[in-house]
Every structure is written in C-alpha cells, then in structure tokens.
Ligand binder design. Structure first.
Ligand code: SF4
Length: 351
C-alpha cells in the first residue's frame, strides 16, 4: 500500500463514520480488496438485489458493482433512496451483448415462425433494465446464476419454449441440468436471419439461447481441469455456470459465487480446490482459508476489467460529495421501464 493509498483509505473510513446511518455500501464479490474492505454488505447479484430491497432506512446506496446491478437496486429501492455507481463506465460487457432493440426484433421474428406456441422470455440478471422490462411485460422473469434452473422450469410450465437472454452458457447449463437433449436447445446468433436457425429447429426447440457470454468465464477450459487433477490428486474443481458446458460438465461442481464460497467454507481442513470464477474472489478465498489449497483454475489473471473501474478514489469522491449533500453518479431508471423490470424481478423473487 502506498502512502497516498493509505490516505485515501483513512479518508473513506472518516467519511463513512460521518455519514453513518445514511449511506449503505453494497459490494459484489468480484471487487478488488481495496474497495471490498469498505463494504457494509457483500454478495452476488441475487443477494445484493435482496439487500437493496431491504435497505429502506438508508437514503443513499453506493453500489460497488456494475451498471445493471445498480439499475436493479434502483428498481427495488424506494423513491426517496438514491443509488450511486462510483464510475458510470462500470458496465458488464455480457449485458451489453443484448440491446432492447435487437431483442425486440428477434422476438418478432421468432413469433412469426412459432405461431401457436407460447414463448416465455427469461433474462439473466446481467442485462439492462430495458431488457428486464421487455421480459416483465411479456410474462417472463429474471433469473440469476443461483436460480436459473428453477426459473427455467417455472417458465416451461407456463409455455412451450423459453427465449433466454443474454448468456448462452448459463442458459445451456441450466437446460442440460433439466435434462434437455441437444436438439431441444438452439442458439440465436445476433444479426442472422432467424438467429441462424431453420424454422423447424426453432419450432422444436425448448430453449432458445441468445449468444452472449462473459469473457472472464470463457477463459476456463477443460484442459486446465485435467492439468490440476494431474498436479494435485484429489483436488475438487468448482466453476461458475457462466463457463461453457464442456467445462461445467467436466468439473466436480458448479454454482453461483455464493455457492462457491459455501463449498469452500464447508470443506474439510486440507481440502484442495481449483476454482473457475473471477480472480478477486478466488484470491480472497485463498487468504480466508490458509488451511486449504485454493487455486484459480486458469493461469491467466481472469479479472473483470469493468468491475474494477470502481476504485477507492472514486468511492471517496462519491462520499465526499454526499458529505456536502451532493449526489453524483446517481442511477435512475425511467419509471415506465422500472415498472416492467420490477414485474420480472418480483417474479424471480417469488419463484
Ligand atoms: S464477470 Fe463477466 S458477467 Fe460479471 S460483470 Fe464482469 S463481464 Fe459481466
């Protein structure tokens, strides 16, 4: 830690004390330790959404995560609360792979060839508020990596097929877990007529997957699993379901970041793990569990560049402004969009 960094840390602590009871700092597990240490509450997207919904007594929520998470927090918090994202450029590249315009056009195209079949839209929480509203207004739901299978099963009770945005891998992994055959799962390739599928393929599909992906979780490969098993006999491999199916099916376990944390915590002293998710979380687990061998599955750094746009410096800038009663970088979702998105989020919280 440099002297300058130390001063920023001290100023954040002082500002937090000054604003106690007014400011709640929510922090995603993928944040770097420099920011994570100042969190009041931490979690994955689902846990953070719930925490935001229950934070009524705080007028200011500082969200140390990415843009779509702050949007969900704004939708779930009261009108008298302000949600703040310390850097407005902290977006999720996967969420940006499905725009509302693209999704609406694909939906109409799909409807034109699937007449008489009920299609239920489901969006991963890693999507814009506009996509959530699109889904909510058409009877669909949001899902997270913790509940995607459950939401998919719910949707398939309501209709004959699901159009799933924007993460192809989470959609495939959840569909496979529900026992779907390969020809029941098709990929909708953006920019191609009928998403690159035939009419027959779309009519017989049960899940249609938008071809978005997380570049961080695409770094994990089956060969890395084999390497770790050779190097550390008995090692357990756990990966996030944003990883491709080949990796998930070869791993010992898969699950959300909360599930990964719980699996490591609950394992016996001396256990060995190779983990396929963002490196800041894996590094933290390593520090928290010196009695266990914990490795990042890949040799590459695997950090989320946009998540790390949130820094102690911009966190302090936000707090300094709040101390002067100024709200900067507020995330405010348009009321009409928020109403539709809330339908989709509330459905998920009920399922
Ligand atoms: S880790 Fe992947 S899915 Fe998560 S915010 Fe970063 S790019 Fe998006």
């Amino acid at each position: 830690m440099t002297g300058q960094q130390g001063n920023v840390f001290k100023e954040i602590v002082a500002r937090k004390k000054e604003l106690a009871g007014k400011v709640l700092i929510l922090c995603h597990h993928y944040q770097h330790e420099d920011v994570f240490q100042f969190a009041d509450l931490t979690g994955d997207s689902l846990k953070l959404a719930r925490q935001a919904a229950e934070s009524g007594e705080y007028p200011y929520i500082i969200f140390c995560g990415v843009h779509f998470m702050a949007e969900s927090a704004d939708i779930l918090t009261g009108a008298d609360q302000a949600v703040i994202l310390p850097d407005l450029q902290a977006g999720c590249p996967m969420a940006d792979m499905a725009t509302a315009e693209e999704v609406a056009a694909a939906w109409d195209e799909l409807a034109s060839v699937c007449a008489g079949q009920a299609v239920i839209p489901v969006t991963y929480v890693n999507s814009s508020a506009r996509i959530k509203a699109f889904v909510g207004n058409r009877g669909g739901s949001v899902c997270t990596s913790s509940n995607a299978e459950r939401v998919l099963a719910w949707a398939l009770k309501k209709g004959e097929k699901v159009f799933f945005f924007p993460d192809e891998h989470l959609g495939r992994n959840s569909s496979k877990a529900l026992g779907f055959a390969d020809d029941e799962i098709v990929v909708w390739q953006r920019g191609k007529k009928l998403g690159g599928n035939s009419v027959q393929q779309l009519r017989q599909a049960r899940t249609i997957l938008w071809n978005g992906y997380c570049h961080v979780h695409q770094e994990f490969l089956v060969g890395q699993i084999h390497d770790w098993r050779r190097q550390i006999p008995g090692i357990k491999i756990i990966v996030h379901p944003e990883c491709p199916w080949e990796v998930v099916s070869e791993a010992d376990m898969s699950g959300s970041t909360e599930r990964i944390i719980a699996a490591v915590q609950e394992s016996a002293v001396g256990a060995s793990w190779a983990i396929g998710t963002e490196a800041n979380l894996v590094n933290r687990l390593q520090r928290q569990h010196p009695d266990k061998t914990i490795r990042l599955l890949a040799q590459t750094p695997c950090t989320c560049g946009t998540m790390s746009r949130i820094t102690p410096a911009n966190l302090l800038w936000v707090l300094d402004n709040l101390a002067q009663k100024k709200v900067v970088n507020q995330i405010s979702v348009d009321a009409k969009i928020a109403a539709g998105a809330r339908l989709a989020l509330d459905r998920m919280l009920e399922i």
